[in-house]
Design a protein around this ligand. Structure first.
Ligand SMILES: C[S@@+](CC[C@H](N)C(=O)[O-])C[C@H]1O[C@@H](n2cnc3c(N)ncnc32)[C@H](O)[C@@H]1O
Length: 202
């Protein structure tokens, strides 16, 4: 698989400080509006830090997508340790999402990855294609704080300052793909979720 298919600056963080930063991933998922019984795509799921609590929350109606097979192995193990299951693991480029999910989803989550996507409106168009009309798209990003101010376990963390996006910048690239802004969710200490609804067009 050509390495250029990976989005820049989106390597999975080490689990020590990631777990310290996100001690309650299920709480974050609920705050974003994910509810039991929803069908959810965890796009760029990484090692499953969010995928396992997500699978528990929605009763297994989860598609976990990542380009890196090693990440999918870790995510599969995390879901197994949690005693839950997902509907399907999909190893693929997120840019190809439109053709990958065998049913329409209620919710697509992309966490800690969107900042590195070169064609953000193109990715959002693929997300729109797999969502039910009115379905939700949530983007979890680092706030555009200087990197030296986002300290976790004694060290600055997260993407370079210049890669971080303000919520308004996210809105500007997502809405042209067929979404309308719904709300901003604060995910302290350093993150926010930008939540959109797919415009009802079919
Ligand atoms: C920073 S990690 C975030 C993982 C998880 N969402 C979280 O917040 O814990 C980004 C993930 O995106 C994946 N990724 C990068 N480029 C991708 C692409 N083009 N298609 C699918 N996954 C990709 C990486 O393999 C990595 O697992």
């Amino acid at each position: 698989m050509p390495s250029e298919d990976f989005f820049p600056a989106t390597a999975m963080p080490d689990s020590d400080w990631w777990s310290a930063l996100w001690p309650d991933p299920e709480g974050a998922l609920r705050a974003l509006g994910i509810e039991p019984q929803m069908t959810v795509v965890d796009l760029c799921c990484g090692d499953g830090h969010f995928t396992a609590p997500l699978a528990r929350l929605v009763g297994g109606r989860v598609y976990g997508v990542d380009l890196d097979p090693a990440m999918l192995d870790k995510a599969r193990a995390a879901v197994g340790r949690a005693g839950v299951a997902v509907r399907q693991w999909i190893r693929a480029d997120a840019m190809d999402l439109a053709g990958l999910i065998p049913e329409k989803a209620d919710f697509v989550l992309i966490a800690n990855t969107f900042h590195g996507v070169p064609d953000q409106t193109g990715l959002s168009s693929g997300v729109a294609a797999v969502l039910k009309p009115g379905g939700a798209f949530a983007i979890v990003n680092w706030h555009p704080l200087p990197r030296e101010k986002t300290v976790v376990l004694g060290a600055p963390r997260g993407p370079k300052t210049e890669m971080r996006m303000a919520p308004e910048a996210v809105r500007a690239v997502v809405e042209p793909a067929g979404f309308e802004w719904q709300r901003l969710v604060e995910l302290p200490p350093y993150h926010y979720g930008a939540v959109f609804h797919r415009i009802e067009s079919d």
